[in-house]
Design a protein around this ligand. Structure first.
Ligand code: ATP
Length: 349
């Protein structure tokens, strides 16, 4: 199923939750809405599911407007943050509840369909268990089975992992991803966790204050953030602003940053213009690179295979991630030289 949002806005009184959101999700795609708390992710999902009506704009399924179509008639499966299983029903009854508006697909009986789904979510034989006797991850897989029971054309997942601990979250997201691609069901996933979004999605939309900042593949939004917001929200980034001092004959510009001149290839801007660009921490290397900076180490954080350093460079703080070989430690307060190549610089709006 192809999903489209065409300039969807949602206002509550004077508050704007969504401001002209346009998105297009392809058949079978795993599409993620990511952004900070309050950016409008859940509201977007609720407009798609039909729990809310847009104030303006239109939601379309396979080019058909969903205006006035109630949630149960949309053929959508939804999994919420809190598992929302019925405690007085067995696991099997909870999954069968997903079939209350629809017959099981493929001519199966209800019991056969329930067994098939429990197998799909790696809970074969759990029919008679109480939801309370299951772990959080297992409960969430039951909720997923229930949402998938009627064979929906669209699966909506609203922060389904947020109540789980980190290790379980990673395992569940791999399972969800596997099930999604096995079924080929168009999926919209909501998370505030950008690393989760990068890990599972075919494409992501980064939302901020009810607006779409960027839509792209995980690699595109990571390596080529369109805006400063995306640069800072997706992964860690050093965002720097400097003034163009001169233009290079080879294309590119020289930007003044603190007391340093930094050459930026492939950047087109006029002398005197302000340029904002970002540099990933992993692109800053110790004592090498075309552009060199010296800073004071103000924070170190051991992360296992890497160490994350904060450098103060004349009042500008930079994050640097360096490989950790197990014996060398960087002293707080010491001076450190780091450098970067022009090609790792990415200019943002
Ligand atoms: P979170 O990650 O915290 O769940 P979110 O990105 O899902 O956030 P939404 O729940 O979609 O954000 O909310 C977007 C904005 O709309 C917020 O500012 C919120 O306060 C507001 N909002 C949402 N629902 C309502 C409502 N029923 N009445 C008034 N304002 C609302």
């Amino acid at each position: 199923m192809k999903l489209e949002l065409d300039r969807v806005s949602k206002r509550y009184g004077t508050a704007t939750a969504l401001d002209s959101v346009s998105l297009s999700v392809d058949e079978g795609e795993f599409f993620t809405l990511v952004g900070p708390s309050g950016c409008g992710k859940t509201t977007t999902l609720r407009c798609i599911a039909g729990f809310e009506s847009p104030t303006d704009g239109e939601v379309r399924f396979d080019r058909k407007s969903m205006e006035g179509v109630p949630p149960e008639a949309r053929g959508v499966g939804v999994v919420f943050q809190n598992y929302a299983l019925f405690p007085h029903m067995s696991v099997g009854e909870n999954v069968a509840y997903g079939l209350r508006f629809a017959d099981p697909p493929g001519g199966l009986s209800r019991d056969e369909r329930v067994a098939e789904l429990l197998e799909l979510v790696d809970l074969a034989g759990f029919e008679d268990r109480d939801p309370d006797s299951l772990s959080g991850g297992q409960q969430q897989r039951v909720a997923l089975a229930r949402a998938l029971a009627p064979g929906p054309d669209l699966l909506l997942l609203d922060e389904p992992m947020s109540a789980l601990d980190a290790r379980l979250r990673e395992r569940l997201r791999r399972q969800v991803k596997r099930i999604q691609s096995e079924l080929g069901v168009t999926t919209v996933y909501v998370t505030h966790d950008q690393s989760e979004a990068l890990a599972v999605s075919d494409r992501v939309a980064v939302l901020n204050r009810g607006r779409v900042e960027q839509v792209g593949t995980p690699r595109e939004v990571y390596h080529r953030p369109a805006t400063r917001f995306v640069a800072e929200f997706v992964g860690e980034n050093n965002v720097l602003t400097g003034v163009v001092e001169s233009r290079l004959e080879t294309g590119g510009v020289v930007v003044g940053l603190n007391d340093q001149m930094v050459a930026l290839d492939g950047v087109d801007a006029a002398v005197g213009e302000t340029v904002t660009f970002c540099l990933r921490p992993e692109d800053l290397r110790l004592d090498s690179g075309e552009n060199r900076i010296r800073g004071t180490v103000v924070e170190t954080e051991f992360q296992g295979s890497t160490t994350r350093l904060r450098l103060d460079w004349q009042g500008t703080e930079l994050t640097v991630v360096v490989a950790d070989d197990g014996d060398e430690t960087v002293e707080l307060g010491s001076e450190l030289g780091v450098g970067f190549d022009s090609e790792s610089v990415h200019v943002v709006e």
